[in-house]
Design a protein around this ligand. Structure first.
Ligand SMILES: *Cc1c(COP(=O)(O)O)cnc(C)c1O
Length: 386
């Protein structure tokens, strides 16, 4: 459709605001000069509140996957046992990466409709009196399912077991969209990236690092070079990098942080909670099912919608793309064809949500999925109330 602007309602990459795009278009500067140092020092401070930390945040020129690898290779040694939780496709990919790096992984099974189970974690850690498990890996917001893991309860599970394992948390699709507190929740490495709640194009990977994780990095022996925190932190002290940094994405980051600061993080989180609630109201009014099975675990940045058999979610997505120029998230891994995912994170407002849900409602009807009409109306009622 020749409307001019594509509707990118996948749960990342998200729609990049015009003012961020304009910021990125500024001329690249000398990354060893004083203007760059001022930029970097400013950004490294202003990123901290987004993670809820007073500690260092490392910025890599990478996708989120690179930041996953950085979290592992900086803190662990060959043969270290790690405990991971099968919350969905991204948890499975992170598990696979840990195995490829030579870490024996215990994968607590899950049904892809729930978050990490704090009781199962506590039970497993209690059965490890020798503390052979060195890290627990949790995906805060599982982007393949729209399920939020209860990280504070996972932290409490480690504490209850009196277990010293590091807590590694993937916040790639929740950072800057959903409440998260690296320090208060006792995370050791928090992994993020640019193209989801931070409203940037892909290309920045992030690690927030606790004192305990820094300590672990001093004796960790997995091979690392590019991902090594130490030389980056050393150069960062003066606002520099040991390699050429992605200067233009950093201009974009500066603008995106300004936007988050202008709105205020509590208001940003409340906006995402509200849009998620309105989306779920639409799904229920259509007579369809939200994939997330536990209301305590609803994601606020995306909603995965389960289709009744034998309807193919990718056919619905295809029709919506062709007719309305809108992209929705596909079903990943074992959910292929069974679900589509509505991204409502990043730069987003009430009318964008209403338009998105209108496109979904029209697309479901056009694909012949039996739905009740009135999903958009139900969503508008939620928006009107709030
Ligand atoms: C997008 C995503 C990733 C992967 O990030 P890339 O930038 O594609 O490497 C990992 N984990 C979660 C939860 C994600 O949403």
């Amino acid at each position: 459709m020749a409307g001019g602007r594509h509707h990118l309602q996948i749960p990342g990459p998200t729609n990049v605001p015009d003012r961020v795009l304009r910021a990125i278009a500024a001329p690249t500067i000398d990354h060893r000069g004083p203007a760059f140092a001022a930029l970097a020092l400013d950004l490294l401070e202003r990123l901290k509140p987004v993670f809820g930390t007073g500690g260092p945040v490392i910025i890599y020129p990478s996708s989120g996957t690179g930041a996953w690898e950085a979290a592992l290779v900086n803190t662990l040694s060959p043969g270290d046992r790690v405990l991971a939780c099968e919350t969905g496709h991204f948890a499975t990919l992170w598990r696979d990466m840990a195995e490829r790096l030579g870490l024996p992984v215990e994968f607590l099974p899950g049904d892809w409709r729930h978050g990490a189970d704090p009781d199962a974690i506590a039970e497993r850690l209690a059965a490890d009196p020798a503390h052979e498990i060195k890290a627990v890996m949790v995906v805060h917001n599982e982007t393949s399912t729209g399920v939020r893991s209860r990280v504070p309860e996972v932290r409490a599970a480690l504490d209850r077991a009196g277990h010293p394992a590091l807590l590694l948390v993937d916040t790639i699709s929740s950072l800057g969209s959903m409440d998260y507190r690296h320090d208060a929740w006792g995370a050791d490495v928090t992994v993020g990236c640019s193209q989801k709640g931070l409203m940037l194009p892909p290309g920045l990977g992030l690690n927030a690092v606790s004192e305990k994780a820094l300590e672990a990095s001093r004796s960790a022996r997995l091979p690392r070079s590019y991902w090594d925190w130490e030389p980056i932190l050393a150069a960062n002290r003066d606002g520099f990098y040991p390699y050429t940094p992605p200067t233009n994405l950093l201009y974009g980051l500066r603008e995106a942080l300004t936007m988050l600061e202008e709105e205020g993080l509590p208001a940003v989180f409340a906006r995402h909670d509200r849009h998620a609630e309105a989306t779920r109201a639409a799904v229920r009014a259509w007579g369809l099912e939200v994939l997330c099975a536990d209301p305590r675990e609803y994601s606020s940045s995306l909603t995965a919608v389960l289709l009744p058999e034998p309807h193919d979610a990718d056919k619905v997505r295809r029709i919506i793309l062709e007719r309305f120029d809108m992209s929705l998230g596909t079903g990943l891994g074992r959910l292929a064809g069974r679900v589509f995912r509505i991204g409502h994170l990043g730069r987003f407002d009430d009318l964008s949500l209403a338009g998105t849900l209108a496109g979904v409602e029209l697309g479901l009807a056009a694909a012949g999925v039996p739905i009740e009409r009135g999903g958009v109306t139900a969503a508008l009622s939620v928006l009107e109330r709030a």
